[in-house]
Design a protein around this ligand. Sequence first.
Ligand SMILES: [Zn+2]
Ligand SMILES: [Zn+2]
Ligand SMILES: [Zn+2]
Length: 183
Amino acid sequence: MEALKCPSCGSPDIVNIAEKEYKCENCGTKSQLSKDNTYLVISGIPCPDCGFLNQSDDKFCGNCGEKLIKYCAKCGTETLLDRKYCSNCGNSTFNMEILKSVVLKPGLRGQYQKIYVIKLLRNQFDLDLIEAKNVSDRDTVIASGITNDEALLLKKEYERLGAIVEIKASIIPLDPIIKKYNR
Ligand SMILES: [Zn+2]
Ligand SMILES: [Zn+2]
Ligand SMILES: [Zn+2]
């Protein structure tokens, strides 16, 4: 095997910092052994936006500021882009942003709000009067597992109809009464 050289500056002055990981004493670049263990490649996370190679624990791209974080699809834990498994629950599926749910707030007793909400629920979800009245008494998840943009659109739509709506981070998938927005 040839002497290992820094893939950034070519200096042979490199130190082993972890298993198969090296750091250049000359320029500070971190690198790792190639698959066949014959040369060093710069280690890091390529930015999904501009391709800049960031240090593997950077949370934002050093070139364009893009977020280098993803979220566990199961428990919502923030995870660095290059990790294959969630450090909290071991799940291996991720979302690029934390997903949201949209909650319809109950109407206030004796006020217009409650009548609006009941009307809305009956029209939108085909509920009968009793069902709609029951639903209007509690916080009702009308969509979950959607992106922030989708949640904002839905919130706007409902507020236009006179309802009070709240957006929450949905770490645990909730059971929405609207299925069409649920992924
Ligand atoms: Zn170097
Ligand atoms: Zn970038
Ligand atoms: Zn997790």
